[in-house]
Each structure stands twice: as structure tokens, then as C-alpha cells.
Design a protein around this ligand. Structure first.
Ligand code: NDP
Length: 314
């Protein structure tokens, strides 16, 4: 038998978007309940140094920053609980959400901030060096490889954009493309092809990432047309083969694009369901930064507050 609990504002997810929504909702008196999901703190808890979040002039470790976000949300009374939302029913004006199969929440407003997860190649060495030279975010970690050689895997818009970003900082960028063409838009491809310090390794796959106790120092790349292996000497290894938004459970309810990103009404956090809002990476495949996620979390809380006021719910 599950217990039923009624709340004004339920926040699902505990990255920068979820915690920022919680800070605003709690200060507005909505008494938010936040479920963290299986990875409390979200993607930032698996990064190391964060140098581009405003307000931390000396930088901060990702996990520590998320503890700060959490403490700030708690300070204003957010009820933060560890738990995984497994099912929702958005039929009525009251939104039903099930947590860990044991708790049923009836919420007047729901803020979805479930984020996205980076896709990885699946190599053991990639896991081993994650945070020690291997990264899924060039904008976050490219700076640490200033003046060094790096590699990036992928051939979509993200990989193309990140390769040109890295090329400004690094001496040389190897772009590892598994086919003989790129998926990225023509304009982005041209930018890559016109950047002299990007070398594209076509028809290529990563066999292994190599390194020592100081981190990554190379990668073995196989050209699957010729079968030849080649070692490239790189200190940074970026994986940009796409992300998966964590939106599966909302599929039959919320309007999404073909990749599962929630389609919020432009300029707002509103979804197709009244009283349900989407913020952070679950609805953003382009910017994906902690600061943009936090900004959209704020929008979610303000939209929820206005919705409750319009509905006359206190
Ligand atoms: P995409 O899914 O578009 O591209 C993923 C790329 O990674 C593809 O080139 C794919 O190769 C490659 N890939 C996938 N798996 C592997 C693997 N195991 N090994 C090697 N390569 C692999 O993801 P993006 O993140 O690039 O983009 C997501 C969406 O966001 C797109 O719609 C994109 O247009 C959009 N976007 C827009 C931007 C903008 O407008 N400025 C910026 C960034 C993203 P293959 O081509 O062979 O399948």
C-alpha cells in the first residue's frame, strides 16, 4: 500500500536547475518537495573543477558546488528527499507522481528538472580516466588543456562546436569521426574544415585511451577501412557523441522532440500540461551549462508561482 502525500510544488531532480527552482519556490512560500533522483547533485557531481560558474572567482569542485546549492535550498525550507520517480499521471489538475513504488505524491505543480546524461563510448579506460583527462564537456574542461594536444570523438553539431572551441585553446585537436562524413550542419562542418589546427581522423574508432597516474597521455585509434592502429599523443580526451535526456517517464504525457527533449513553450518553462514545467537539460540540447540550467530553474519556479496564483491555490 502506498502512502499519498499532497504538495503545492514538486521538483523532480537535483542538478542546478532543480535546486535553483527549489530556492525560488521555497522563498515564495510554495513549500517545495524535491526528489533527488539516483544521482543527487546531477552531472556536476562527476566533474572536478568548475571555473565558469559566476560567483566562484577561484573556481569550485563540482560536488562541493552542488552541496552549496543544496544547502541554500534547504535554508529556505525545501523538503529534500532521496528517491526516484518511476511513474506519473498528468490526467487531472492534480498531478500524480509515484516515487520508488511506495509513495504517491499529488502535486498542484510539478517542475521537471531531471537533466540529461552524456553518452559514453563504453571503454574501460574511458571510465578509469573520467575527470583525469576524459570529459564530456569541452566548455567545462577545455581550459585545463590550454597549449596541449587533445582529441574529441563525435561528428554532430556538439562535436563540431566543441572541436572549434578547443582549437582556440589547444595546440592541436584530433577529431575522431567514425564514418567518412559528418552529421553536423554544413556551416559547422565548414568551420571545422577551415580550422587549421583540427585534424580529422575519418573512419576511425577509439580502441583505447592510455595514461598513467597523472592522467591521459594518449589514445589508440583504429582506422576501420585500413585496419591500421595509430597512437595519438593527447592529454585531453573529449567525448561528444550525444546526450540522452532523462525524460522517459514523461513520454506519454509531455510534448518532446524526436530525441526526447521536452518542448517548453518558447521563452517560458511551460509544457503542454498546465501546472507542469520543464527546466534545465531535460529541455535544452543546445546550451547545457550549469548557469543556463540554474537560470531556467528560476523560470520554472516563477512560472509555477504564477500558475498557483492564477488558479487561486495557496
Ligand atoms: P548527435 O546525435 O547529433 O551526434 C552524435 C555524433 O556522435 C554523431 O556524429 C555520431 O556518429 C557520433 N557517435 C555516436 N555514437 C558514437 C560512438 N559510439 N562512437 C563514435 N561516434 C559516435 O548529437 P549532438 O550532441 O551533436 O547534437 C544533439 C542535437 O543538438 C542535434 O540535433 C544538434 O543539431 C543539436 N545541437 C545544436 C547546436 C546548435 O544549434 N548550435 C549545438 C549542439 C547541438 P554518426 O553520425 O555516425 O551517427
Amino acid at each position: 500500500m502506498s502512502t499519498i502525500e499532497k504538495v503545492n510544488c514538486l521538483i523532480i531532480g537535483s542538478g542546478p536547475a532543480g535546486y535553483t527552482a527549489a530556492i525560488y519556490a521555497a522563498r515564495a512560500g510554495l513549500k517545495p518537495l524535491l526528489y533527488t533522483g539516483m544521482q543527487p547533485g546531477g552531472q556536476l557531481t562527476i566533474t572536478t573543477e568548475v571555473e565558469n560558474y559566476p560567483g566562484y572567482p577561484k573556481g569550485v569542485q563540482g560536488p562541493e558546488m552542488m552541496e552549496d546549492f543544496k544547502a541554500q535550498a534547504e535554508r529556505f525550507g525545501t523538503d529534500i528527499r532521496f528517491g526516484y520517480v518511476s511513474k506519473v499521471d498528468f490526467t487531472g489538475p492534480v498531478h500524480k507522481v509515484w516515487v520508488d513504488e511506495t509513495t504517491e505524491i499529488h502535486a498542484n505543480t510539478v517542475i521537471i528538472s531531471t537533466g540529461a546524461s552524456a553518452k559514453w563510448l563504453g571503454l574501460e579506460s574511458e571510465q578509469k580516466f573520467n575527470g583525469f583527462g576524459v570529459s564530456a564537456c569541452a566548455v567545462c574542461d577545455g581550459f585545463f588543456f590550454k597549449g596541449k594536444d587533445v582529441a574529441i570523438v563525435g561528428a554532430g553539431d556538439t562535436a563540431a562546436e566543441e572541436a572549434t572551441y578547443l582549437a582556440k585553446l589547444c595546440t592541436k585537436v584530433y577529431m575522431i569521426v567514425r564514418r567518412s562524413e559528418m552529421r553536423a550542419s554544413k556551416a559547422m562542418q565548414e568551420r571545422v574544415l577551415n580550422t587549421p589546427n583540427i585534424e580529422i581522423l575519418w573512419d576511425s574508432e577509439t580502441k583505447e585511451i592510455v595514461g598513467d597516474d597523472k592522467g591521459v597521455n594518449g589514445a589508440i585509434i583504429t582506422n576501420h577501412k585500413t585496419g591500421a592502429d595509430r597512437k595519438i599523443d593527447v592529454h585531453g580526451f573529449f567525448v561528444a557523441i550525444g546526450h540522452t535526456p532523462n525524460t522517459q517517464i514523461f513520454k506519454n504525457w509531455i510534448t518532446m522532440d524526436d530525441q526526447g527533449y521536452i518542448q517548453a513553450i518558447p521563452g517560458t518553462s511551460k509544457t503542454n500540461i498546465k501546472g507542469v514545467f520543464a527546466v534545465g537539460d531535460a529541455q535544452d540540447k543546445v546550451y547545457r551549462q550549469a548557469v543556463t540550467a540554474a537560470g531556467s530553474g528560476c523560470m520554472g519556479a516563477l512560472d509555477a508561482e504564477r500558475y498557483l496564483a492564477e488558479m487561486g491555490i495557496h
